[in-house]
Design a protein around this ligand. Structure first.
Ligand SMILES: Cc1cc2nc3c(=O)[nH]c(=O)nc-3n(C[C@H](O)[C@H](O)[C@H](O)COP(=O)(O)O)c2cc1C
Length: 324
């Protein structure tokens, strides 16, 4: 059975960032945000022995598992795995422009073949999980609304209910994946237009939403927003989301956030790299100025795996800078 879940505020899938550990932290900070895993290739999902380091869920629902792939049997298996791991949604990545992903025939290059994407979406469908898509507006330097509408029209035939749109084109050669998140211009109007054309599909707007006021304003016009780099740079922004976006009474959030998080990661030390365990918290040093001393101390402690000292230092940093 599929549950009714709000996707008003989603944290975007980000490779290397939206790990099971980050999702634990995000969930401590916000009860209502809809979360995503990193993208995982269907072959790794099916065959890799270490897949748990990417897809472990630990009841951080609501959450989607994002996959990359275009082989029909693999996608059907991927849906079943997502159900076994208690995910609420399985999402197909049709937005990643990287060369490696193109080589594997998945990601944004699939926008060239709308029939194949339609078949992929059909393969993902299962009565026990929502199957969704994350795509771009199109491919190449020129924006073309007709292309976008024809693509969505084909996918709509699957009965799909949720589409996340990174509201810019993907450029498949000549620029890096990182540049592909800033150089192709954003166009929110295309998403507004498509939403009116396909009222039975929930379109979630993604791309360039760099503060919560903007997210709140966009929600007057869009079904939901998806935010990536804002949260990557400072996950503590999430503590405002339940209040500002979901209009809930503020919860007291204090240094216990850090304690809870460390309780979760400490037993994993030795099985997972200390950097991956700490990276959801470390990114705050890049967004808060004058953190150099903290950064170099943390680096030293990380080398020596001194997790308790890192915990103390982070608590001090967060309370000194008023982040909690
Ligand atoms: C480090 C990083 C990794 C990303 N990895 C993925 C990914 O695995 N799957 C995906 O669909 N998008 C990925 N993206 C794209 C984001 O999901 C999002 O579409 C993009 O960052 C635009 O949203 P923003 O402007 O709010 O950051 C990644 C983005 C970043 C910054």
């Amino acid at each position: 059975m599929k549950k009714e879940i709000s996707r008003k505020f989603c944290v975007a899938p980000m490779m290397g960032y939206t790990t099971p550990y980050a999702r634990k932290l995000y969930r401590i900070l916000s009860k209502n945000s809809f979360l995503f895993s990193e993208m995982i290739a269907t072959k790794s999902l099916i065959y890799s022995k270490s897949k748990d380091n990417v897809i472990d869920n630990d009841f951080n629902n609501p959450v989607a598992l994002q996959v990359g792939g275009s082989e029909i049997d693999d996608l059907t298996k991927a849906s079943k795995i997502a159900i076994d791991y208690n995910y609420d949604e399985i999402n197909l990545n049709v937005g990643c422009p990287s060369k490696a992903v193109q080589k594997g025939s998945f990601g944004a290059c699939l926008m060239r073949d709308k029939i194949l994407v339609r078949n992929c979406m059909e393969a993902l469908q299962n009565d026990n999980i929502e199957a969704s898509l994350k795509c771009r507006l199109g491919l190449g330097k020129e924006l073309n609304y007709e292309f976008f509408e024809e693509f969505i029209d084909e996918i709509s035939k699957t009965g799909i209910k949720i589409i996340y749109v990174h509201a810019r084109n993907a450029i498949l050669s000549g620029i890096s994946p990182q540049a592909n998140r800033s150089i192709p211009p954003l166009n929110y109007d295309f998403v507004k237009k498509i939403k009116n054309k396909f009222p039975n599909i929930t379109f979630i707007l993604n791309g360039g939403i760099d503060n919560l006021d903007k997210a709140e304003n966009l929600l007057k016009e869009f079904d939901g927003v998806m935010v990536g780099r804002l949260i990557k740079h400072n996950p503590f922004i999430l503590k405002e989301v339940d209040k500002k976006i979901f209009k809930e009474k503020g919860r007291l959030i204090d240094e216990s956030i850090i304690n809870n998080y460390f309780e979760y990661i400490k037993p994993k030390l030795g099985f997972e790299s200390i950097f991956r365990l700490l990276s959801p918290l470390l990114s705050i040093f890049f967004s808060v100025p004058h953190s150099k001393d903290y950064k170099s101390k943390i680096n030293d402690y990380m080398k020596d795996q001194k997790i308790n000292l890192i915990e103390e230092l982070l608590i001090k940093f967060v309370s000194e800078r008023n982040l909690s």
